[in-house]
Write a protein that binds this ligand. Structure first.
Ligand code: NCD
Ligand code: ZN
Length: 350
């Protein structure tokens, strides 16, 4: 049977939620990844180092003690983030980055930044202390076509930002378009991007295709940024398998309860991939005949960009098809994993 042994990977973009919801899902990530950059978009958002430290403790308390999992914390940037908080981040080993959400662009982004110019002094301080800025790169302008929101953000805000702060480390998160790939390729080495399994595997047809013999909208494939057309998917895929260190793994696994995802009242963007994200990524690299590129994408490039030591322990994946469940327990509800009801050609050796 074919196997793949690699250094244990890290997930450079993960939503763990909190409380009972977190308890239901955190160990899926801890089984696959050594470390994860944990997103701060809780309600209320994680806006201070103190909040990040108590959230970190809650995460560690809910991780199975058999796993040696390190949550890498982030703060949520608001119009009111103070320069003294940036100094606090610079002095704290556990908080690794600051996340920029344009207000209203996605789940729990209401407290995000309303005007990028308002936080330019924060970017100056982040540059001084070399703190990475993680960007949800979509405009929040509902008059802009939903498929163009990443492209417009890059053109209108990110290109000027990267020019104004040429020494600021920036991660453009969950890239979904050829425009984003081209921009990252043309930008300096201070810029990198994370890539999710859904933007590698799905295109916008998958928002409408049937999953269980029902030809209807597929809310479990809906996320922000929304998956784009096949040309964009292929561009993101070619970036992932290119071996270019500017592109690395970040699942953006974003759990929402089944009852919410399937209610008409809430579109709740977010694909839950943590259940078997690593297996899905490996399956994609294998299909493309690029398994030899996988370890660097999953285990080296992100750590290098963040200035972290590479992990030393190893994991093994086996080429052996496994069924992906239709639903899993989630708090007092259920959750539907990415590719529910299908099979994945690879599985993690446990
Ligand atoms: C994320 C969530 O649910 O928190 N949703 C998503 O579609 N990716 C937020 C985000 O990262 O945009
Ligand atoms: Zn996210």
């Amino acid at each position: 049977m074919q196997t793949l042994t690699i250094q244990k990977p890290d997930d450079f973009h993960l939503h763990l939620r909190d409380g009972a919801a977190m308890n239901s899902i955190v160990n899926y990530s801890a089984a696959q990844f050594s470390r994860a950059i944990v997103m701060p978009n809780l309600t209320p958002p994680i806006i201070s180092v103190d909040m990040a430290m108590s959230y970190r403790k809650r995460i560690l308390d809910s991780v199975d003690k058999n796993f040696n999992f390190e949550p890498l914390m982030t703060l949520y940037l608001t119009d009111d983030t103070s320069l003294s908080e940036i100094v606090n981040v610079s002095r704290n080993e556990r908080v690794k980055a600051i996340k920029y959400y344009p207000a209203g662009a996605t789940t729990n982004s209401e407290n995000g930044v309303t005007d990028i110019k308002k936080v330019y002094s924060v970017f100056e301080a982040m540059t001084k202390y070399d703190i990475p800025l993680l960007i949800h790169g979509e405009v929040n302008d509902k008059d802009v076509d939903i498929y163009d929101r990443e492209k417009v953000f890059i053109e209108k805000f990110l290109i000027p930002l990267a020019n104004d702060f040429s020494d600021l480390r920036i991660v453009l998160e969950h890239i979904s378009t050829r425009t984003a790939v081209d921009f990252i390729l043309s930008a300096s080495n201070k810029l990198a991007a994370t890539i999710t399994p859904q933007h590698l595997l799905l295109n916008r047809n998958d928002l409408y295709k049937d999953i269980n013999n029902k030809d209807s909208f597929q809310p479990h494939n809906y996320c922000a940024p929304v998956v784009k057309d096949e040309k964009d998917r292929l561009a993101v895929l070619s970036a992932a398998i290119s071996g270019n260190p500017k592109f690395f793994l970040g699942t953006d696994s974003a759990p929402h309860a089944l009852s919410k995802k399937e209610s008409n009242a809430c579109l709740c963007p977010g694909v839950f991939s943590a259940y078997n994200a690593l297996e899905l990524y490996v399956e994609i690299f294998d299909k493309e005949d690029q398994l030899d590129k996988f370890e660097a994408f999953a285990s080296f490039f992100g750590a290098d960009f963040y200035g972290l030591e590479r992990n030393s322990d190893k994991i093994t994946l086996i080429k052996n098809a496994v069924d992906i469940p239709n639903a899993l327990p989630y708090d007092n509800d259920k959750i539907v994993p990415m590719q529910a009801g299908k099979t994945c050609a690879w599985q993690l050796k446990r």
